[in-house]
Design a protein around this ligand. Structure first.
Ligand SMILES: Cc1ncc(COP(=O)(O)O)c(C=O)c1O
Length: 411
């Protein structure tokens, strides 16, 4: 299995939508074959269309607020005492997280296809919040599927979705988290695909959704590359890019523009959710060697039992609490382009404490996982190593959990 140079990774799948011949694909019911094919034709045409790209860039700039900041965390760097620690503050984006890029593009596509309604899944609530914002902006009706457990633990984002006029549909099946929300959203789309567009909230699902999402979030690394060149004169010789990994959309978008660089120069580190230290459950299929299975229409590494049934996950972070992983990341893992590891709930909370103690930055619990590993590893790196952490979400949505686990003074 090999990664090709000069071809975008989203376009390295085969005709059937498999990366490396085995990850991804379209494991969907017959009724979805035609809507998926139509979406593929539309996306393949528009992603080469200069007018569409200009339209996307206009909204990214004027509405999303691109570029987001790239800042040095000077106090944290001093405290850790190794590499220079920087952050790409993607939580600056309108709505407070990277999910806005995918939501915007999906709404633009829905408009082009004449659909009046868009549905989507959400875990941490950011994918839902952003879809509700974009739907409102572009005049679409919006339905969001969200696990009942996530509704309870991510209230600020639920309130935002409702304020934007979206219908939030609680999902009571299974673990009542993201995995169940995606399943329910896809069931709804199967029955309504003639009138309704679907936005999958991460680089998961049938191949075209993986590609649309990866194409949209790549805005992050396009900005970062320019910012690195502005700051250092060129892409640094020792660059390490840390990102949390749930379904994989922020990490893929954070790395995409640097894919062709040698990994000795530009290393990618994906941090999955290891779950509570005391629990056997986790949401880290790549770190803990899960087998390949089918989830949400795609072949991927996925947590499963010996019968192949999808296993329940556990994580303090609703956005990472997912048993599967994007086929793009399975491909990056098997081609050894990216390295994957995990941080526990407790490690993420400690990293949140440290970052907020030293910096005016409040990473949500998802990026706090990435900060945990970046801080631990930075200690042993030289001072000319540039560590960049994608702070892809704001912690406002997590205030209830943070107050309960760390006390009022950290909120
Ligand atoms: C702030 C934030 N970061 C990360 C994630 C994980 O998703 P992904 O891996 O697709 O970026 C989520 C998902 O909801 C999120 O809200």
């Amino acid at each position: 299995m090999k990664l090709k140079k000069r071809i975008p990774v989203i376009d390295q799948g085969d005709k059937q939508g498999f990366w490396g011949g085995k990850f991804g694909g379209n494991f969907v019911p017959e009724t979805l074959k035609k809507p998926i094919e139509d979406l593929e034709i539309l996306f393949n045409k528009l992603k080469k269309d200069k007018k569409f790209i200009n339209e996307r860039d206009k909204y990214f700039k004027n509405w999303v607020g691109s570029p987001t900041r790239f800042i040095k965390l000077e106090n944290l760097t001093k405290h850790v005492g190794g590499a220079q620690i920087w952050s790409k503050v993607v939580s600056d984006a309108n709505g407070g997280a990277h999910k806005i890029y995918n939501a915007t593009v999906h709404c633009l596509l829905a408009k082009r296809s004449g659909k009046k309604v868009i549905c989507g899944d959400t875990g941490a609530g950011y994918a839902g919040k952003m879809l509700s914002m974009a739907a409102k902006k572009f005049g679409l009706k919006c339905k969001i599927f969200m696990g009942a457990k996530d509704i309870r633990r991510q209230q600020p984002n639920v309130r935002a979705m409702k304020k934007n006029g979206a219908e939030v549909i609680p999902v009571y099946s299974g673990s009542q988290t993201l995995v169940d929300a995606v399943s329910e959203c896809m069931r709804y789309w199967v029955a309504n695909c003639d009138k309704v567009a679907m936005c999958v909230g991460s680089t998961v699902g049938p191949a075209v959704f993986v590609r649309i999402c990866g194409w949209s979030t790549s805005q992050i690394s396009r900005e970062l590359k320019t910012q690195l060149v502005d700051e250092f004169g060129s892409v640094p010789k020792k660059l390490k890019l840390y990102n949390c990994v749930g379904g994989g959309s922020s990490s893929f978008g954070f790395w995409n523009e640097f894919m062709d660089y040698d990994k000795k120069q530009c290393e990618f580190i994906g941090v999955e959710a290891g779950g509570p230290t005391k629990s056997k459950k986790h949401a880290a299929p790549l770190t803990y060697g899960s087998k390949i299975g089918i989830l949400h229409g795609a072949a991927q590494y996925v947590n499963q039992n010996t019968d192949g049934q999808i296993e329940e996950t556990e994580s303090i972070s609703a956005g990472l609490d997912y048993p599967g992983i994007s086929p793009l990341h399975c491909f990056l893992k098997d081609t050894k382009r990216a390295r994957y590891t995990a941080a526990s709930d407790e490690e993420a909370l400690n990293a949140y404490k440290l970052v907020t103690k030293f910096e005016k930055l409040r990473p949500s619990l998802e990026p706090s996982h990435a900060f945990s590993v970046a801080i631990a590893e930075s200690k042993r790196f030289s001072k000319d190593t540039i560590v960049v952490v994608n702070s892809c979400g704001d912690a406002y949505k997590d205030r209830g959990i943070i107050e309960k686990r760390l006390g009022k003074k950290y909120v």
